[in-house]
Ligand binder design. Structure first.
Ligand SMILES: Cc1cc2nc3c(=O)[nH]c(=O)nc-3n(C[C@H](O)[C@H](O)[C@H](O)COP(=O)(O)OP(=O)(O)OC[C@H]3O[C@@H](n4cnc5c(N)ncnc54)[C@H](O)[C@@H]3O)c2cc1C
Length: 407
């Protein structure tokens, strides 16, 4: 082991989830290493001011109030706010095939916002800024290519031939986690046979700090509000999840045809769509690891679970993992235990699996309910939405759940 660099905890993957975890664990006093395949310079590169649709990052997340609190505790939310972000006070969800509609308002919940739309890169940039000033050993620009285990020693192999060792290795290497596969943690997964089309648009009218979501049998369309540096309220990030054939058809349209379909689908809530950025399509797959932990090993974020983007909860579930693993490891540190202590990891798994599964099941139910066109189901969802909209306490409970405040 003498020529191997070793840590208490090694986090693999410096995305939104892994870099937050590494930062938090280092502050608890653990010796932490973070391996990220991309170069640090490319991750922290500042974007141009966003005064047109191509100035925004295509990938954004609706950060819940609970996730915001985690990022505040890490001391990086201020850097996010100084960069680009858009708090939203309203959410409008409706059934494109009927009359069902639900409207959520932050004011009803005595909250300043229901959540904040942030470009994923903005969060990563803020986290890397804080990592620079931390004790985390960042190993960037090199990929992990393998996993090794020798008795109770374990670690990873890097593409440059080096090996790293740690008492606990945490995989935060995203949905297609190679580490999860090398360690041999199986998943339950299925294809939604849908793709999410993601792009940025500029609309004739303001988004009114509202997240809009219209459901149709072929999938939901979300308009998520963005703010440019100069405070322009006419930009939205689009997540249009559609059955694969329909998504392919939409991707093949030219911008004029695409915009015409987009305007019709969102029922011109913000008037005309004046411009549209380049479009990206992501295949959608539900995936859930049967176990999140193995001896000296844990999964967090998309490496443990991926979920349909219809409720914008993927990154929020990942931050829930970060919160739980940090709590458990903080207690272990105070008690002088190893970070790989099996009871510590078992408690982490118990806390997160149930909650993640519940959210995944709810999303699946939602998706199925709106995918069906039979009259009784249409009646049920329209009546249900109208009924829910009129029921203050239950509606507030649902909103608190989405904001991550009920945990
Ligand atoms: C269309 C779409 C819309 C979404 N909208 C929302 C939303 O509104 N709200 C929300 O909460 N979530 C949303 N999500 C989900 C969210 O984007 C993900 O849950 C989140 O990005 C996962 O972060 P992560 O850090 O776990 O993984 P990733 O972001 O995938 O990061 C993994 C990191 O690991 C690195 N890596 C991978 N392999 C290796 C290796 N071998 N060696 C070294 N490094 C490696 C990668 O370079 C990367 O930096 C959406 C997802 C999609 C597809």
């Amino acid at each position: 082991m003498s020529n191997i660099r070793t840590f208490d905890i090694l986090v693999v993957g410096g995305g939104m989830i892994g870099s937050a975890l590494a930062l938090g664990l280092s502050r608890q006093g653990w010796r932490v290493g973070l391996v990220e395949g991309s170069d640090r310079a490319s991750l922290v590169e500042r974007p141009c001011p966003a005064e047109d649709v191509d100035g925004f990052e295509p990938r954004v997340s609706a950060i819940s109030v609970a996730s915001q609190q985690l990022l505040e505790n890490l001391g990086i939310w201020r850097a996010v706010v100084k960069d680009r972000h858009c708090p939203y006070q309203n959410m409008n969800v409706w059934d494109g095939e009927g009359t069902g509609r639900i409207h959520f308002e932050a004011a009803e919940l005595q909250a300043r916002a229901l959540g904040t739309i942030v470009e994923n890169r903005t969060i990563v940039r803020a986290l890397f800024g804080a990592l620079d000033a931390s004790d985390v050993a960042l190993i960037d620009g090199v990929k992990v290519t393998g996993w090794w285990q020798d008795g109770d020693q374990r670690g990873v192999e890097l593409a440059d031939g080096h090996r790293l060792g740690a008492q606990l290795v945490v995989a935060a290497d995203g949905a297609n986690s190679r580490l999860r596969q090398w360690v041999g943690l199986p998943t339950r997964e299925w294809d939604y046979d849908q793709q999410a089309i993601v792009c940025t648009v500029k609309t004739a009218q303001s988004h009114r700090f509202t997240a809009w979501q219209r459901f149709s049998p072929t999938g939901p369309l979300a308009f998520l509000p963005l703010l440019s540096e100069s405070g322009d309220e006419h930009f939205c990030s689009i997540v249009w999840s559609q059955d694969t054939d329909e998504a392919r058809r939409l991707m093949a349209l030219d911008d004029v045809q695409f915009v015409a379909e987009l305007e019709a689908s969102i029922e011109r809530q913000m008037g005309a769509v004046e411009s549209v950025s380049r479009r990206f399509a992501f295949p959608l797959r539900q995936r859930h690891a049967k176990d999140y932990v193995a001896p000296g090993f844990a999964l967090v974020g998309d490496a443990a679970h991926t979920i349909h983007p219809l409720a914008g909860q993927g990154a929020n579930l990942g931050y829930g993992d970060v919160r739980a693993l940090q709590d458990e490891l903080s207690r272990a540190h105070s008690a002088g235990l190893s970070p790989a202590e099996p009871l510590v990891l078992a408690r982490y798994q118990r806390r997160r699996k149930a909650e993640n599964l519940a959210m995944m099941a709810a999303m699946e139910g939602f998706k199925q309910l709106f995918a069906r066109d039979e009259l009784p189901l249409r009646w049920l969802r329209n009546t249900g939405m109208r009924w829910l909209d009129g029921l203050g306490p239950i509606k507030h409970r649902l909103a608190a759940e989405a904001m991550g405040l009920s945990r």
